[in-house]
Design a protein around this ligand. Structure first.
Ligand code: G3P
Ligand code: MG
Length: 251
């Protein structure tokens, strides 16, 4: 099955360069670009009014000056949040990024995007896919995009919108356990994304023997991670990819 002609980087910045800038913001993507990263991983979900925004948690407390649930916010209310000051004064005044704004920045910086469809508890996978995926497909060339999710409904709905040659799909796993391939049936995924701490040699080999790209989240210790390269891991999605420079040749 032909997939988009993606040149996967060895390192991808998780939530943007989230070790140096507030996660999932425009500033974090600019920081990733400035640090030499060619791809970023970002999370997308919907505000209460249906606007797709770049955000990880169900709540807004951890990464903003507000309180409550993302699902209860309209865009004007979300815009009033400061999503940078929690990280450091340098980023005070940073606004929540809509998906549209973020796509424009990714295009402007000529980067690749691993967009994680984040379906938090009680939220609609279908609504997220319908709001986020068509705009993303329109903005980014196939070789610059992976759409990934833990959520099987989001993945299958996404696949209905774009063929394997048009869209690389990534299936997110915690561990690669027995029966892992059942989740891939009918999706024709491009890649498998696994928690690096739960990946073992057998699981990595099975993924590679089945022809999938293998990405690992979220290693930040290059020494502890080093032997995973030998297992065939293609890409590490890290908060701090710069730490891994100099360790890549060990694979
Ligand atoms: O997409 C990989 C990784 O981001 C999955 O976990 O919780 O950081 O979104 P999380
Ligand atoms: Mg994520």
């Amino acid at each position: 099955m032909p997939h988009p002609d993606i040149t996967l980087p060895r390192l991808m910045a998780h939530r943007g360069l989230s070790s140096r800038a507030p996660e999932n913001t425009l500033a974090a993507v600019r920081a990733a670009h400035d640090a030499g990263c060619s791809w970023v991983e970002l999370d997308v979900q919907l505000l209460g009014d249906g606007t797709p925004v770049i955000w990880h948690d169900a709540g807004i407390r951890r990464c903003s000056d507000g309180r409550g649930r993302l699902a209860d916010l309209s865009l004007p209310a979300a815009r009033r949040l400061d999503v940078g000051a929690w990280f450091s004064d340098t980023f005070r005044g940073e606004c929540i990024a809509t998906l549209d704004e973020m796509l424009r920045l990714v295009v402007e910086l000529d980067m690749g995007l691993n967009l994680e469809l984040k379906v938090n508890r009680g939220r609609s996978a279908a609504a997220l896919v319908e709001a986020a995926v068509p705009a993303t497909l329109e903005a980014l060339a196939p070789q610059r995009l992976i759409v990934s999710s833990f959520n099987d409904e989001a993945l299958s709905h996404t696949r209905q919108l774009a063929s394997p040659s048009r869209l690389a799909l990534g299936v997110l796993f915690e561990g690669i356990g027995r029966g892992w391939q059942n989740r891939c049936a009918g999706l024709t995924p491009y890649s498998i994304h696994a928690d690096w701490r739960r990946l073992n040699r057998r699981g990595a080999r099975a993924v590679k023997e089945n022809g999938y790209a293998l990405l690992c989240y979220t290693p930040n210790d290059p020494t502890a991670f080093a032997h995973r390269w030998q297992w065939g891991v293609d890409t590490a999605i890290s908060d701090d990819p710069g730490r891994f420079q100099g360790f890549l040749d060990e694979g």
